[in-house]
Write a protein that binds this ligand. Sequence first.
Ligand SMILES: O=P(O)(O)O[C@H]1O[C@H](CO)[C@@H](O)[C@H]1O
Ligand SMILES: Nc1nc2[nH]cnc2c(=O)[nH]1
Length: 304
Amino acid sequence: MCLNSCSSCVPEGNSSMETSHDEYLQTAEWLLSHTAHRPKVGVICGSGLGALADALKSQDSFSYTDIPHFPQSTVQGHAGRLVFGELGGKACVCMQGRFHMYEGHSLGKVTFPVRVFKLLGVETLIVTNAAGSLANSYKTGDIMIIKDHINVPGLAGLNPLIGPNDEKFGPRFPPMSGAYDKALRRMALDICKSRGYSQFVQEGVYCMVGGPNFETIAEARLLHKLGADAVGMSTAPEVVSASHCGLKVLGLSLITNRVTKDYEDTESVDHGKVLGVSKMRSETLQGLVSELVAQLDINGTTAE
Ligand SMILES: O=P(O)(O)O[C@H]1O[C@H](CO)[C@@H](O)[C@H]1O
Ligand SMILES: Nc1nc2[nH]cnc2c(=O)[nH]1
């Protein structure tokens, strides 16, 4: 076995090594030459949550098809647009549509926009997703502030950082214990409290699985026993990549369905239901994200 992480040895479709540093730079430079916005905050919109970008003022919007080296969205509920604009007086960039492993994208492509965000000057990343609940106390429509994640593909060796490390982005062995910024979580909780959201806000552990199928009952039971409160098919690779390059991360899961752990339960889930609940809660999430961005101290630490 070769131990050199050369391109012929690292499994194809796994790491970010297929993208050179110059390609990230070319994309960032193209974007900066097409907009006057200089975003410090990046937002990734989960399934059906693209309306978060509608709150941006003075928008410059780019279809993914027009941006050099950008992957393309293939999933319903992910429009495939990068929107720049102002939110709460701060310059932001918002992905209306993310990339998933199950679409056939390599994890390098899934996380490509995160590194581009870094090169644009983004310091804080807000990641949203639609997820199914495993915790018994969660209800459909709840918002879960992500405290931590279990990256099932990552544990199995599917990690965007596999391959030669690009030191310009971050270290070979990045710690992940503080991946979800404590101060940002505190801020989100306080805002939820002040807005009267407390009865439908949770803080918990997100578990990423590869998808695209939803969980079997035995899988749901297993993930719950492992400590997961909610499950989805995204977010972990983006957060690993963001944390690696020093971005502060806030993760928000919208609970769109209950994942059944009971063989007697006849309720099932489909993507249409997921999108329906996302749409219903989109405005609430938009309010939370807008206020949070408005409160950010962009020059360094987060507001207390
Ligand atoms: O994680 P996001 O992109 O929000 O979407 C979630 O919803 C889709 C399934 O309905 C999957 O893509 C899952 O990951
Ligand atoms: N894996 C998974 N992803 C989801 N995305 C939205 N709901 C679900 C779910 O129940 N399971």
